[in-house]
Design a protein around this ligand. Sequence first.
Ligand SMILES: Cc1cc2nc3c(=O)[nH]c(=O)nc-3n(C[C@H](O)[C@H](O)[C@H](O)COP(=O)(O)OP(=O)(O)OC[C@H]3O[C@@H](n4cnc5c(N)ncnc54)[C@H](O)[C@@H]3O)c2cc1C
Length: 597
Amino acid sequence: MRVEEGFQPVPFVEGNPYTTDPVLPSLLKRILPPHVFHDVSQDMERFGGEVLTTMRNMCKLATPPQLIQYDSWGRRVDELRTSEGWRGLKDIYVREGLVAIPYERKYQEHSRPYGFAKLFIAAADSEVTDCPMSMTDGVARVIELIGSPALKEDIFRRLTSRDPVEAYTAGQWMTERPGGSDVSRTETRATQVQDATSSPYGTPYKMDGFKWFSSATDSDVALALARTGRPEDGSRGLSLFLIPVRLPLVRPSSSPRPSAVTNNIFIHRLKNKFGTKIVPTAELSIQGADGYLLGQPNQGVKLITPVLNITRTHSAVGSVAYLRKCLAIATEHSKNRAIKGGRQLLKDTPLHVAELARLHVLYRALVHFVFGVVVLLGKTECGVATENESLRLRLLTPAIKAFAAEKCATAMEDCMACLGGEGYMEENGISKLIPDGLVEKIWEGTVNVLSLDLVRATEKSPALSAFITWARDILNSCPDSLAQSLGGPIASLRIALDALTDAYKAPMHPLLPRPALLLFAHIASSLNLLEHAIWAVNTGEPDSATDVEVFRRWVLESGLDVTLENVRRAKNAPGERVQADTNIVYGTMNTKTAARL
Ligand SMILES: Cc1cc2nc3c(=O)[nH]c(=O)nc-3n(C[C@H](O)[C@H](O)[C@H](O)COP(=O)(O)OP(=O)(O)OC[C@H]3O[C@@H](n4cnc5c(N)ncnc54)[C@H](O)[C@@H]3O)c2cc1C
């Protein structure tokens, strides 16, 4: 039989990622003022078309980068060759203002949700272009906050440009061989240049060290942590530097880009990664590079925090964006695939639709959660956030990053299974998004590392009580008509809030941070869903009944009870449990044996 003969499968067709999305248009309608929503919606619809056409075609031209370390004369050149597709995708990000929009502030604090909404529909069709762009965004913010006037004029302006010819991108160099989550053993040293002519960019230093992960290796500048204090000072001896990735730092836009070797930065090798294969992640040997001190010495960890807050938010938006595409494909596929001798489509098969509905409930919770955080970020950056909102943002940023990465990884696999064998094929995109998306569970903090960050935040400020106050206000704002039908989930949330307050009481059990973060995130996302459902009911939105049902299911059927039980178990875990964990993992007989697998 020839392939044209016999049964002909019907391929799924993906629609415009904005107009066909079940959540985003209505969410933006709620969070944006009407005139902003009008403008943003138009741009989103246009850009959704670009994603399907221009960006997808550009992705086809994206291939892994290559490193040419020596020229034919044996000289070290470290030429980093990236593909036409990769460069083209970065140009689209620049032209579309994915870094620029939040800093142009055309719509003041609403510019953040606008920028992230565009990223949300683009991320899954961009070969992880957002990785360098997220760092560019974070570095722009640091320069906006503490950069000198010259840095603002020469670098910030280029980082936030919409012109691909003049735009710069930026990297972030924190991770070294002794640790990424823990930078206290950073080996890179910064030595102040004696008798140097002062630079308008900051006090000049010479940098020497080895950076273990640099994902924006094709960028123009990087923010790096380096040691100015003594090794025994740990992370308190680290300062923040802006390092030109190539010299001269500012050059005419028509001149070719110099190699990083011009600033004594040598690309030791490109990383051989499980996913994100188009991104030029490398190991860097820094041997006397120029750098400029930003802010006060030995304040590096504190000063780099705005980068982390922004890249973590990008990471969360990216995770949910990948799930968006997987779910869109799985949903579309169910409309064409017939079972039972061809008599029944999957979309008419309750068992299959129930699985899709479960994934859609999760997706809705995550979209509302992530944009709830983005709204607070926009307000904080524009100086219009209340104290309660700023405090909440501090807690919610690590929580959404961890929760989105954790939930989306499994959900993407479930979407893959919804397509049967077709789901496992490279061509449909899901199998590529899974390894690309998995990095979100690691970079900028694993769930455990972020859960410890959340504990620190609750210890150092009244952020948790600010969150509880906000949560109770939302629950109390439920109109009578809803309060009755939603009595069950609302009561469950009140119990969960009490458990949350209890969980974060010092001293915290060492096994508690992770389940406590998952509880916090489940509650926060529930409240964002409830906010939306209340708005939808009050304004008579056509899908308000679905919004209410999604809230109900997310609270009662999506694992809140299990999370609560995990918190209770960890909180009351006897000391022997820690020893039992060790015995299970390493055995009781001989601790020198290899791990038991
Ligand atoms: C594709 C990719 C791109 C990257 N790009 C960059 C980049 O551009 N710039 C950059 O600076 N970094 C980058 N990184 C590095 C990344 O941020 C780090 O790998 C990450 O922060 C984890 O640090 P680590 O590798 O040292 O792991 P570790 O910190 O050693 O973590 C190992 C394990 O230990 C656990 N753990 C660590 N500390 C604790 C603790 N206190 N309590 C309990 N458990 C703990 C973690 O949860 C994890 O499971 C990139 C990584 C990847 C994979």
